[in-house]
Design a protein around this ligand. Structure first.
Ligand SMILES: Nc1nc2c(c(=O)[nH]1)N[C@@H](CN(C=O)c1ccc(C(=O)N[C@@H](CCC(=O)O)C(=O)O)cc1)CN2
Length: 286
């Protein structure tokens, strides 16, 4: 068996085309959404992702505002930049690119974001709305994963999903999203304290690997026909991506997301979608 490809590039291109028409409609109502990014330091991966977000904005007609601070920026300087974005009327939504440099209190910075401008759905108020199942911007990678599964025709309702990794940008919110009534999956969240990872993965219909450990998911762990999504991004010395899913898994799985070209482009598309939806709500067009 060879797995069907969950092509995030193709799926995100269709989403972006739809968003471009919605941005044009907003323009007819005198509304121009603007996405801000705050990047601190020189992490090579973060530089690539932020540049991609600005390219995406240009493609769909969203204005973009880029704020870069050096790796030496203090907590106070970062909070000041957050306050400036909170106050900037041209910036209708923004993100603080993660991770922040060592020594910075990440939660304090995210907590300072105006929840109404939180394009990432990671501000504590919005994560709280997600727990309460109330409308709010959703975290981009989990939302992108759900959309990619739907796009590929993978049955989510009733599925046994194993998520590997309990990080705040992927694993934890993904568990909340997939267990909503509208998705209705059963989710097991695995992490470094999981006793027998292989046994958990072996009974999964859908595996989401977001551990950041190269090739942690091997072919012998995967149930034949399962959907396997690779969210892991480790980089070698040349900056080349090594995913969490090992060689040979594609021969066993029913669906597989490439990495790059799978969940990453969906993450970026969902960020644009959050920005457009917020602008539509504000304009009374939602
Ligand atoms: N504030 C946030 N920080 C981070 C998030 C997030 O959702 N919000 N998630 C990740 C990184 N991320 C988004 O910022 C992200 C990851 C990957 C991609 C992407 O398009 N990847 C490409 C490959 C690009 C490359 O060559 O490296 C792909 O998969 O095809 C976009 C965004 C951590 N931080």
């Amino acid at each position: 068996m060879s797995a069907q490809i969950l092509d995030g590039k193709a799926a995100s291109a269709a989403i972006k085309a739809d968003l471009a028409t919605r941005v044009a409609t907003l323009a007819e109502h005198g509304v121009r959404p603007g996405l801000g990014t705050l990047l601190v330091g020189d992490d090579p991966g973060s530089q690539i992702y932020v540049a991609g977000k600005h390219r995406d904005c240009a493609q769909v007609g969203i204005e973009s505002i880029r704020v870069d601070l050096p790796a030496t920026a203090t907590q106070d300087e970062i909070l000041k930049a957050v306050d400036t974005l909170n106050a900037d009327p041209a910036c209708t939504g923004y993100i603080v690119q993660l991770p922040l440099p060592k020594g910075i209190d990440e939660n304090a910075v995210i907590g300072r974001i105006d929840p109404n401008k939180d394009a990432d759905g990671l501000q504590p108020t919005n994560l709280g709305w997600l727990v309460l199942n109330e409308p709010a911007p959703l975290p981009c990678t989990p939302r992108g994963i759900v959309e990619l599964l739907r796009w590929g025709g993978v049955e989510i309702a009733g599925a046994q999903v194993v998520v590997v990794g309990r990080g705040v940008t992927v694993g934890r919110p993904l568990g909340l999203l997939l267990t909503r009534r509208s998705e209705n999956a059963t989710v097991t969240l695995c992490h470094t304290g999981t006793r027998d990872l292989a046994a958990e993965v072996q009974r999964a219909d859908i595996v989401v690997a977001a551990a950041g450990v190269p090739s942690i998911i091997t072919a012998d762990m995967v149930k034949p026909g399962a959907a396997v999504l690779d969210v892991g991004v480790s980089r070698d010395a040349e900056g080349k991506i090594a995913g969490d899913v090992g060689l040979g898994v594609a021969e066993v799985a029913g669906w597989i997301s490439p990495n790059p070209g799978g969940v990453g482009p969906m993450t970026r598309a969902m960020l644009l979608q959050n920005v457009v939806e917020a602008a539509e709500r504000a304009a009374g067009l939602a």
